[in-house]
Design a protein around this ligand. Structure first.
Ligand code: DGL
Length: 281
């Protein structure tokens, strides 16, 4: 059974979720963190909803087997399509980046028109629109899939003129639609926030990583499960595959050297076959 000093379990499709880890460490430095990056199944952003649900349940079950006291779904795609499914099957509280980013965006917009960018699966799910409208049905939401951005960030082409051109192309319809706030609905996008601001200087950007760190801090306070440790920063990073450049890229995401462990995770969804996971569950 997890107790107050048990770790916060965080998962992502890969190493992009380390942007969320970084924010959680800076907000809650004494908490233990166990991270799982499902690099074997990366990317989630172009996979079917049922596959992403299946992976998300396995990741969550692995983290609870590591005694996690809460689960944070750092991946926007997994949060968009698997949050309710994971909540249904996992006993500890589950926080997703979509709900956190949506509620922050609702408090940020003045014109009541929010834009969202994310992977194809995130945008197709309309999870951000639903989460925003649940909080305020008056708010208009314009979403756009921006799938090339993950690759540009991973290539470290953040400052590249091609990235600037692609961003101009992707952002034009959102700016024309009249948004005043833009949710960066993907783990990788905080890296290009500056470039986005150059193209859209008057648009307020909502980084779902920061919003999630805030939500996690509020949740553990509410549940009275804050650690009583004072020693800071114990982070364990587990990956389901390690390949060329993984460590370099991951260190870049976290802002310091990382020492990942390669893990095999069992299939927790046994008996709940992929097909049994209906898209609406
Ligand atoms: N982590 C994913 C997200 O935030 C991006 C990478 C992927 O497609 O798996 O949506």
């Amino acid at each position: 059974m997890p107790d107050n000093n048990s770790p916060i379990g965080i998962f992502d499709s890969g190493i992009g979720g380390l942007t969320v880890v970084k924010e959680i460490i800076s907000k809650l430095p004494a908490e233990n963190i166990v991270y799982l990056g499902d690099t074997e199944h990366l990317p989630y952003g172009s996979k079917s909803e049922s596959a992403v649900r299946h992976f998300s349940l396995n990741n969550s079950a692995y983290l609870t087997s590591q005694n996690a006291k809460i689960i944070v779904i750092a991946c926007n795609t997994a949060s968009a399509v698997a949050l309710n499914y994971v909540r249904k099957h996992i006993a500890v509280p589950v926080v997703g980046v979509v709900e956190s980013g949506a509620s922050y965006a609702v408090t940020t917009t003045k014109s009541n028109h929010i834009g969202v960018i994310g992977t194809k699966t995130t945008i197709r799910s309309k999870a951000y629109t639903q989460a925003i409208k649940k909080l305020n049905p008056e708010i208009k939401v314009t979403e756009a899939a921006t799938p090339l951005l993950v690759h540009l960030v991973e290539e470290n082409w953040v400052e590249h003129s091609i990235t600037h051109l692609i961003l101009q192309e992707y952002l034009a319809p959102l700016l024309d639609a009249g948004i005043d706030t833009l949710v960066l609905g993907c783990t990788h996008y905080p890296f290009i926030a500056e470039q986005i601001s150059k193209i859209a200087p008057n648009i307020k950007l909502v980084d779902s990583a920061t919003a999630t760190a805030h939500a996690v801090s509020k949740l553990i306070e509410k549940e009275k499960i804050t650690t009583d440790r004072t020693q800071i920063d114990h982070l364990e990073i587990n990956l389901t595959d390690i390949y060329a450049d993984t460590e370099k890229l991951a260190s870049n995401f976290l802002g310091r050297a990382i020492f990942p462990r390669l893990v095999n995770i069992p299939d927790a969804a046994e008996g709940l076959t992929k097909k049994a996971v209906s898209p609406s569950s």
